[in-house]
Ligand binder design. Sequence first.
Ligand code: NAD
Ligand code: DAO
Ligand code: ZN
Length: 393
Amino acid sequence: MKRMEPSPPPVCPPCPTDITCKAMVAFGVNDLRECEVIVAPPRAGEVRVKIVCNALCHTDIYTLGGSDPEGLFPAILGHEATAIVESVGDGVRSVKVGDTIVPGYTPQCKEPDCIFCMSPKTNLCPRIRGTQGKGVMPDGTSRFTLKSDRSTIFHFMGCSTFSEYTVLAEISCAKINPSIPHEHACLFGCGIATGLGAVWNTAKVEPFSSVAVFGLGAVGLAVVQAAKAIGAHPIIGIDVNEKKFAIAKQLGCTDCVNPKDHDKPMQQVLIGMSPTGFGYDYTFDATGNTDVMRSALEAAHRGWGLMTIIGVAAAGKEISTRPFQFVTGRRCTGTAFGGWKTRDAIPMLVERTLKGEIKVEHFITHKFKGVAETTKALEALHSGDCLRAVVEY
Ligand code: NAD
Ligand code: DAO
Ligand code: ZN
C-alpha cells in the first residue's frame, strides 16, 4: 500500500527587512542631494511601496525653497506619485503586495468616529495630521535613515516620494486600476485632481457660469478643463506668462489676459470684460500670490460670485480686501486636494481617465529617468515652460 506523504508545513511570507535604496534628500533650503537611504519595514497599519513614477509639483519647490512654515530638514520631499506595494504591516487589509497605488497627502481613514470622513462636506481627515505635520509616521517615528551616518530623515506630507521606496500609512494609499499608464496615474496625486475638484466639488460650477482662472500652470489648466467639461462660458485665463495661453485656449479658455498688458488692477479689467459687467460667477486663484487672491475675490460677481483659493501662499503672507466686498455678496472659499476623499476619489478619477472621459497626457511636458534626475525635473519646473515633469524611477 502507498504511504501518504506528510503535507509540507505552511509557508510564512518572508518578514520584510530594511531596504537600501536611492533617494533625493533635502538637507536644507535648496540643498538637495542624491543619497543612499535605509527604508525600514512597514509597522502596523503601514505600507512600504516602490515608487515607479513621480511628478514634481510646485509645493515641492516651495518647501525646498524654505517658504513652507511646516518645512522640516533633512527630509525626503515629493508627494505626486504612482507606486507598487512591496510589503504591508500588521493589520493592513485594504491593499496587498503587488497592488498599484497613488499616495495621498490628505488621508481618508473612513472610521465611523471620524466626523470629517463621515461628512460629505470635506476631505480633511485629521487622523494622522499631527504626526504627518511633524514629518513622522503615525507612531511618532521615521522609517528613513541616512545610510552614511545612520541619522534620521523626516517624512514629508505623509508621502516622501523622492525615494525609490517609501512607507505610507494605509489610510494614505489609494488603490487604483493598474492598467492606467503609471505616468498618468501620478498626476492624480495632487495638482490635476486638485484643479478638477476645485471646480466640481468645492465651487460646484454650473453650466453657463462665467469663470475667471488666475494662474495657468497645471492646476489652473485643470480648472479650465473642468470648467469647460461642465459647460461654463466664458472662461477667462489670466497669467503673466503668455506661453501658457495656447494650451489654455485648447483646453477651454475663451480669452486669455496678461496683467502686464494693463495699467489698471486686473479686477477692473476683468469686470469690464465680464458678460454682465458685474464680474464672474466663479473665480479661482491658482497662483499662491496674495495680491492675485484679492483680484480674484474682487472680480467675483456682485451679489453671488464665489472665489476659490487653490494656491498655497508663502509663509507669513496674508490676504486683504475691503469688507464691503463681502457685504455686497462676494464669497470666498478654499480647497485642499480639490475636496476629493483620497481613497474613494483617486480610483474613480483613474477609471474615468481609462474610459477617455478625463484627458491628462497634455500635462506631461517633461520626462526624466532615475531618482537622481529629480534635479533636472526641478530645473524644468523653474523654466516656465513646464506643466508637469514626470520622473520614472
Ligand atoms: P505653477 O507655478 O505651474 O503655475 C502658476 C501659474 O501662475 C504660472 O503659470 C505663473 O506664470 C502664474 N502666475 C504667477 N504669478 C502670477 C500673477 N501675478 N498673475 C497671474 N498669473 C501668475 O503652479 P501649479 O503647479 O499650477 O500650482 C498652482 C498653485 O496651486 C501653487 O501655489 C500650488 O502650491 C498650489 N496647489 C494647491 C493645492 C491645494 O490642494 N490647494 C494642490 C496643488 C497645488
Ligand atoms: O488637515 O489641517 C490639515 C492640513 C491639510 C493640508 C492640506 C494641504 C493643501 C495644500 C497642499 C498643497 C499642495 C500639495
Ligand atoms: Zn478620517
